[in-house]
Structure formats: C-alpha cells, structure tokens
Design a protein around this ligand. Structure first.
Ligand code: P6P
Length: 324
C-alpha cells in the first residue's frame, strides 16, 4: 500500500518555508529520539542522570539526550527565535526576535519514567509565531499556536500533527526512516465509555472529580447507566493517542497535593499542544472548567489541571464544576 510521505504532505499543506523546514526538522529529531529510545538499554541510558529538571523531578539520561537532539534540530532553522524546554530552567533565546519569527515549546521526552520498564514514551511540541515584539514571546496563549504535535515511541513510532484545522498521523517506516501518512484526519468520538486517571490519587481530588469517577465506576446501575473501562499508562502521549483513535477522557486534575504548584502537567509544552490537537480533532481540552487554549500563561513552566478528550465527557465535568 502506498502512503503519502510527511515531506510531501508538508510541501502541499505548509506554504511558509520557515515553518515547513522547522516541522521537518522536528520530525527528524523525533526519528533520532525513537532510535535512542530503542537502544536505551543497550547504550546504558536507563536509570537516573543525577540531575533534576526545573520541576525538581529526577532527569533520565534520555531526557537530556532528547533535549539536546530537539534543541539542535530547532536551532538549525534561522526563523526560530526562542526555545522553551521542560528540561531547561530558562527560555533559550537564539536571536534578536523579529515579527514573524517562530517559538518552540517542547517536552523532549514525556513519560520517561516508563523507559526503565519498556513502556511507551513520547515527545510533545508547540510552535507559535511572534506577532508583537512588545509582548513576552515565551508566554503566548495557546489560541495563538500555529502548529502542534507529538511523537509516540510505542510498538510503532507515530508522528501526529495539527496546523489547526485537522489532525493527521504518520507512521515511521523503519526500512526507509520515513514518516508515512497512515491516519488522515483523526477525529475524537464525541462519546466514550473509557476514562484515564491515576486513581491512586483519589484521596487528594476535589469532590467533583471524586463524584465523576465514582459514577463511571458505578456503571449500569449508577447514573451513567452504562459500564466504563479504565486505562492509565503514565504517559500522556500514549493516552492522548488512544483517545484520538478510539475516544476516551484523560484527567489529571489539580489536587490537594499539587495545588500549590497549580497541578502536575505543564501548560506550555504538555497541555496546550495536546489541547490544540484535541480541538482540531473535534474533542475538548479544559482545566476542568475553561478551555486550556484560553489560559494566559504567567510563567513558561506554569502547571495546570487537565481534562481532555471526548466532548461529552469533558463538558460533563465542566457542568459539574458549574453546579458546585
Ligand atoms: P503519574 C509523565 O511524567 C506525565 O507528565 C504524563 O505524561 C503522565 O500522564 C503523568 O505525568 C503520569 O503521572 O502521577 O501517574 O506518575
């Protein structure tokens, strides 16, 4: 079966040469990271690097390697003015910004705690364009993103991308190291019977989330009148990809343990890029109550509550908050 290549797709879909080159570079970086992930045990890149990221989390050797691969790929594009990385405290300014330049926010290896047990991990990125030199180019709202996507390093390597209107998925063809269009126009089913949340945190949740999950678990005899399934892979990219393919709702709410930090997941390089994908695929992505893409960031490592996926379920949670 012949598939369109990512390179051919970008030639057709992206008129701006600088953006087209940047997406191509990011895809190549993801291909390199896929190779590093696959060889991590052989190369001795498991365990801890002995350093911590800006969130105070222990870094893996591959977190640092993936960050270096991502940064070098983006730095090679003369239109990129700044980089925001989960693994780097400060914004990396590459040039004096000009209107039209690009900014990349990225999590080079999300879910890296899964590496030691050979489970799926991913990379997440979001691209914005500088329109106003008087504003902080690193703190743009998610609504201003022009492109976002992720790579999923699983049984196959996927590269999923949106330019705002729809979502397309590409599979890495190992024999040619080429991404091929295999999931055109991905769409999140409006309804679902599958939720994803770390239930071990139940005692820390607010009552809205506790009640929502309890009703899902009650199943046919409860107010939902139908059975629900649960999934939790500790890798947001893997959850998101499953939701894009078959529907579902993913929740990582702010809770009593992480409320001071604002939640667990980071707004600029985890929540917002995925929120752009979810909305472009007909789903929703909120902080439980309001669309994530409308949030005005105050800090480039800002965290947020996240509820995303099938529209009916995300709206149900938002409605429940309205009634509190
Ligand atoms: P927990 C990975 O560290 C991550 O940021 C997301 O990819 C994932 O959904 C979540 O944290 C897992 O959190 O509490 O299950 O370890």
């Amino acid at each position: 079966m012949s598939h369109q290549t990512l390179h051919g797709y970008l030639e057709r879909e992206v008129g701006d040469a600088g953006l087209r080159d940047l997406i191509d570079r990011i895809a190549s970086a993801c291909w390199s990271i896929s190779s590093l992930v696959g060889q991590s045990a052989i190369e001795g890149n498991l365990g801890h690097a002995g350093t911590t990221n800006p969130q105070g989390e222990q870094q893996k050797p591959l977190d640092l390697l993936a960050d270096d691969v991502f940064a070098r790929a983006c730095e090679g594009n003369p239109c990129v003015a700044a980089l925001i990385s989960e693994e780097v405290e400060d914004v990396t300014h590459l040039k004096t910004p000009e209107v039209g330049d690009l900014v990349v926010a990225y999590d080079p290896l999300d879910g890296s705690s899964n590496l030691d047990v050979d489970l799926s991990v991913g990379s997440i990125f979001a691209i914005s364009r500088i329109e106003d030199l008087s504003a902080d180019c690193a703190l743009q709202e998610g609504r201003h993103l022009i492109c976002s996507g992720y790579a999923l390093y699983g049984p196959s390597t996927m590269f999923v991308l949106t330019l705002g209107n729809h979502v397309d998925g590409f599979s890495l063809a190992p024999e040619t190291d080429t991404f091929m269009l295999t999931y055109p126009k991905m769409a999140v089913p409006r309804e679902t019977q599958e939720f994803a949340i770390n239930v071990s945190r139940l005692r820390h949740w607010d009552t809205v989330i506790q009640n929502y999950v309890a009703e899902c678990i009650e199943g046919p005899r409860g107010p939902r009148g139908k059975p629900f399934n649960m999934r939790w892979t500790a890798s947001m990219v893997a959850e998101v990809h499953r939701i894009l393919v078959r529907g579902g709702v993913f929740l990582y709410p702010v809770d009593d343990e992480n409320r001071v930090q604002g939640g667990k997941l980071r707004l600029l390089y985890e929540a917002n890029p995925i929120a752009m994908i979810m909305e472009a695929a007909g789903g929703l992505a909120t902080d439980g109550q309001r669309p994530l893409l409308d949030k005005v960031p105050c800090h480039h490592h800002e965290r947020t509550s996240v509820v995303l996926g099938s529209r009916d379920e995300v709206e149900r949670v938002a409605q429940a908050y309205l009634q509190t």
